[in-house]
Design a protein around this ligand. Structure first.
Ligand code: SF4
Length: 440
């Protein structure tokens, strides 16, 4: 089967303060932080592409190709969710454009974009239309949205799915007898065990109409107003979790140097009941002088930061009409996905979850390695032991790298006094998103 290659359409457009087109991605961005949306869509500042986005883009392309043609080109991640997918067939609407007749609109502005899959197979019998969006995420248990969230346009995932539902409601001739919409996210896990999961919200016609009218329409009115701002500082900023979500806001530097800034970013972030961690090298460098007070108090300095390794996936087939789509992690992605380590220092002002001592993890790993080596304490392994002659260090480091502690904020104190802690901290550093060292 051949595919025509069309010129990608712009996903959105704002010209001279007047919004020409919208997309559900724009709604989500604006919901997350109106100022970040302004930087992206009005000022059109460039954004870097991350490795995780690349994985999601390739996965989407594989799924599109498979569902359109039946040809199994699914990579390992997409393959893990194959059992959740409908059988390929010409009746499935794959990569369905939102701007068909009649187009989806809000506040008089037409939407553009694509729905991953629209499945009308139960329309004639049950009046059910299923709308599916694929999500590639590092951790399903932490990051998947709930069914309630998918149905609520006050949440990021709900904003997207309610938008898709609103599009379907406008297609009365195309979907006769439509009574119930099933809004589905299929999640594909990209780290650790290969897993997939489906979350479905069943909603009525009336529910979608109400969500659109009472939540989305007012938001679009706010977007129209924000689009006319003369500068970013005039657009509301959502300091807090939004700044660290999805690997960190790419506009943090611009936001930080705004002319009307009266508080440090740190103060603004810490004034919210949320955890804040700098998530990119640039962010950490910028925050180096503004880190929360760190013990010992004389010289807290950020250590070099190493980003978590990116996961490679097989090349994707070319997509048809849709611009390359970045994956859209779930709302809790950034909060729950980061590993932060304070070595010989602790954050003394921190409103997020309590940092956890790494000691318990070190004890666990030590116990595992000691047990495997048949000794009580690896440090006293004799010359007849496979852990002898200091080989325990390599074994312990390998065990730690193979079984990272769950995402969270950790402290490793008294490292100089504990050989076990030293080995583990050294082994973990490359896999942590942020490492801060106290320097005496
Ligand atoms: S740094 Fe935070 S407040 Fe500023 S634009 Fe980005 S998300 Fe919004």
């Amino acid at each position: 089967m051949t595919h025509s290659i069309e010129s990608p359409k712009p996903s959105a457009s704002v010209i001279a303060g007047v919004i020409q087109r919208l997309s559900v991605s724009q709604l989500k961005r604006h919901k997350l932080c109106p100022r970040a949306w302004f930087f992206q869509k009005v000022m059109r500042l460039p954004e870097p592409t991350t490795g995780a986005q690349q994985v999601g883009t390739e996965g989407h392309a594989q799924l599109e190709h498979y569902l359109s043609t039946g040809e199994d080109v699914l990579g390992a991640f997409a393959q893990s969710g194959a059992h959740l997918l409908p059988a390929p067939g010409p009746d499935l609407l794959v990569e369905q454009p939102l701007d068909g007749a009649p187009p989806l609109t809000a506040g008089g502005i037409p939407f553009t974009g694509f729905i991953d899959v629209v499945n009308p197979r139960r329309l004639a019998t049950d009046g059910v239309l299923r709308i599916t969006d694929h999500k590639f995420t590092s951790n399903i248990a932490s990051n998947a949205a709930s069914a309630e969230q998918l149905a609520d346009a006050d949440t990021e995932p709900g904003l997207q799915m309610v938008g898709y539902g609103a599009w379907a409601l406008g297609q009365t001739e195309r979907f006769p007898g439509l009574r119930t919409l099933e809004l589905e996210h299929i999640y594909y896990q990209t780290r650790g065990q290969r897993l997939a999961a489906s979350v479905i919200a069943s909603v009525t016609f009336e529910h979608i109409e109400r969500e659109w009218r009472t939540k989305v329409e007012p938001q679009v009115e706010a977007m129209k107003e924000h689009a006319q701002a003369a500068r970013a500082d005039d657009v509301p900023a959502n300091y807090g979790p939004a700044c660290t979500k999805y690997g960190g806001c790419p506009f943090l530097g611009k936001c930080l140097t705004g002319e009307n800034k009266t508080m440090s970013l740190r103060d603004k972030l810490l004034s919210k009941p949320s955890e804040f961690v700098p998530t990119t090298v640039a962010a950490v460098e910028r925050e180096a002088l503004e880190l929360p007070a760190v013990l010992p108090p004389d010289a807290p300095q950020p250590a070099p930061v190493q980003m978590a390794p990116e996961v490679a996936e097989q090349p994707a087939p070319k997509r048809r009409g849709r611009p390359r789509k970045a994956p859209e992690p779930s709302p809790s992605e950034s909060k729950s996905d980061l590993r932060v380590l304070f070595v010989d220092c602790v954050p003394t002002k921190h409103d997020g979850p309590r940092p956890e001592s790494l000691t318990g993890y070190v004890d666990d790993m030590h116990h595992k390695v000691a047990q495997a080596g048949g000794v009580d304490d690896v440090r006293f392994a004799g010359s007849d032991s496979p852990l002898g002659f200091g080989k325990w260090r390599g074994a312990l480091a390998m065990a730690a790298r193979a079984e990272l502690p769950p995402p969270g904020i950790y402290t490793a104190l008294g490292v100089a006094q504990s050989e076990l802690m030293q080995v583990i901290v050294e082994a973990l550093e490359p896999s942590f998103d942020v490492v801060v060292r106290g320097i005496r």
